[in-house]
Ligand binder design. Structure first.
Ligand SMILES: Cc1cc2nc3c(=O)[nH]c(=O)nc-3n(C[C@H](O)[C@H](O)[C@H](O)COP(=O)(O)OP(=O)(O)OC[C@H]3O[C@@H](n4cnc5c(N)ncnc54)[C@H](O)[C@@H]3O)c2cc1C
Length: 534
């Protein structure tokens, strides 16, 4: 008898844990396939440390094939799910397309940067949701500090604006200020300009979603470090020269980091099932109602919060990781292995790394003071990482005794990490079409034999999925990006309504001559896609 086929789409916190738990529970009784665009699991909470040069990028990754030996890895991005035909269509990293038939499906595609219809933001800001963006920021910040030495616009180059004071923005600003201060100490800008990081949010306090004691700690550490914390303020317009704030001030800068939150991956929109603010609605067993063979978990799923009836669990790694375990258990139960269980959780508290020995942490709800918080935060991350712990600890040790390496490799260019992307985990490359809801929304798989391996998209002819003939989102001639598919309006941000099409708000569309991405700063714009940003 053939083994049931389980396909898991996405290998983040939820998908990775589902695959790992399922391979233990099913013990070769099922064929488990994991579809993911990269060959690694990314430990996102340590990404700010990559941007600040504390950790080398590979440290925050965990090899999928090395740690999931009984799981078949398929490299690629799902761009359509046919629920009736029980197949997932995907495009591989070289543009080939294929389909995966399934008996059980787990959708765990996570989330992408959230956009707001603020003029100039889609063109001038960068998000912080994937490794390419972290590498870009590290290089860009390093380069601004180097270019500031003696340049007329050194004040603008030494000013870094972060929008969104949730855990991501707070950590980026806290680590960023430390990083640039260290650079300035070693090589002070000639006119004595000090690097300045601004952290903006229209919320009244930093870490607005968290315990107030964590907010107070983070606020104090940021201010002591010199970060210009401006709550109740956001960006009204972004331009090449800087940002106009909602209080009327114009801040000259070359750096705008967009951390206002995330929205579910646009793939779920195309599944054609009921959504809650863009997330796929599931029952407490993580099953899609009316589709008992389909499960969803992590940021992409609206999972009922049984501790708070009527609400859904928030989009955090903690939940996604634990969803993954329950999804695996319930998939196995649906195949006759073990019993199913509803998702219930206990709040484990939160940790926010503020750089050096500083952190704001309340494990199990107990707020910790000073250096103990720093110790617990790092210990928590080491324990939570599913691999690569020794290398991470080694980098932390080296960082505590050696000056940080302030060199920019320039491998990730501004245009290759546009804010508006359905694939923040991949740097955009010239010529490769990007996955978008225009493709997935159809949710139909073209006639092709089941389990057909990926083949070249070019051979698909003029209507080839993922091929060059069909305009892809964000590509010249492509359909304008449909942002915020039912996306949750950013809480506490101006204009926090789902954007119908914020990309071109107040600005022209991508320049067909040059633009693999929508960035249009004159000096950023590459003469050819291979050259690039300032
Ligand atoms: C900088 C940063 C710091 C954070 N810090 C914390 C923290 O300290 N604590 C906390 O609880 N949460 C934190 N979060 C939030 C947390 O990382 C997310 O809630 C969590 O990653 C969600 O898990 P997931 O599995 O749903 O999605 P992800 O971890 O994002 O994984 C989704 C996976 O699906 C893949 N994928 C996407 N689209 C497709 C497709 N079409 N086909 C195939 N695969 C696809 C992606 O490549 C990825 O591997 C942080 C987030 C960021 C960005």
């Amino acid at each position: 008898m053939s083994r049931p086929r389980i396909v898991i789409v996405g290998a983040g916190f939820a998908g990775y844990r589902t695959a790992r738990t399922l391979s233990r529970l099913t013990r070769h009784k099922a064929e488990i396939t994991l579809l993911n665009p990269t060959d690694y699991f990314l430990y996102l909470p340590l990404l700010p440390q990559v941007a600040a040069g504390v950790l080398e990028p590979r440290r925050v990754t965990v090899s999928l094939s090395a740690t999931l030996p009984r799981v078949r890895l398929v490299l690629g991005e799902a761009d359509g799910i046919d629920l009736d035909g029980r197949t997932v269509r995907y495009t591989d990293p070289e543009g080939g397309v294929g389909t995966l038939p399934y008996d059980r499906l787990v959708i765990a595609v996570g989330s992408v940067n959230k956009l707001l219809p603020i003029p100039g933001v889609a063109e001038h800001a960068h998000g912080f949701r994937g490794l390419p963006e972290a590498l870009y920021l590290r290089d860009h910040v390093t380069r601004q500090m180097e270019l500031a030495g003696g340049a007329k616009d050194s004040a603008a180059r030494c000013t870094f604006v972060v929008v969104g004071a949730g855990y991501t923005g707070t950590e980026v600003a806290a680590h960023g200020q430390m990083y640039t201060d260290a650079q300035a100490r070693r090589r002070p800008p000639r006119d004595g300009v000090r690097p300045r990081w601004l952290l903006l949010d229209v919320a009244p306090r930093v870490l607005p979603e968290m315990d107030e004691r964590l907010s107070r700690t983070a606020d104090r550490v940021l201010r002591e470090r010199g970060v210009d914390v401006r709550m109740g303020t956001s960006v009204k317009e972004a331009t090449h020269d800087g940002v106009l704030l909602t209080d009327g001030e114009f801040v000259e800068t070359r750096t705008l980091v967009w951390c206002v939150g995330v929205r579910p991956d646009p793939l779920v929109e195309g599944v054609g099932q009921p959504l809650e603010r863009g997330r796929l609605i599931v029952d407490p067993y993580l099953q899609v109602p009316g589709r008992p063979e389909v499960f969803a978990c992590g940021d992409a799923a609206a999972v009922p919060d049984l501790n708070d009836p009527g609400s859904f669990t928030p989009m955090t790694a903690q939940h996604a990781w634990r969803h993954g375990q329950i999804a695996a258990r319930n998939v196995a139960a649906s195949l006759g292995i073990g019993d199913r269980r509803a998702y219930r959780h206990r709040d484990l508290g939160f940790v926010v790394d503020l750089g050096g020995a500083k952190a704001a942490a309340n494990p199990l709800g107990v707020p910790l003071p000073g250096p103990l918080a720093g110790l617990v935060t790092r210990g928590y991350h080491l324990a939570a990482m599913p691999g690569n712990r020794v290398r991470v600890a080694a980098d932390w040790l080296l960082d505590s005794v050696l000056p940080r390496q302030a060199v920019q490799l320039g491998l990730v260019r501004s245009w290759s990490v546009p804010l508006d992307t359905a694939s923040p985990e991949l740097a955009r490359v010239p010529g490769r079409p990007e996955r978008g809801p225009d493709v997935s929304a159809r949710g139909q798989v073209r006639d092709r034999p089941a389990e057909e391996p990926a083949k070249s998209a070019a051979s698909e002819g003029p209507t080839g999925i993922g091929g060059t003939a069909e305009p892809a989102k964000g590509q010249p001639g492509g359909e304008p990006a449909k942002n915020q598919p039912g996306g949750e309006p950013a809480r506490n941000q101006p204009g926090g309504e789902p954007a119908a099409n914020p990309g071109p708000a107040g600005a022209p569309g991508p320049d067909p001559d040059t633009a693999p991405g929508p960035v249009k700063r004159p000096e950023d714009r590459p003469a050819t896609p291979a050259e690039g940003d300032s």
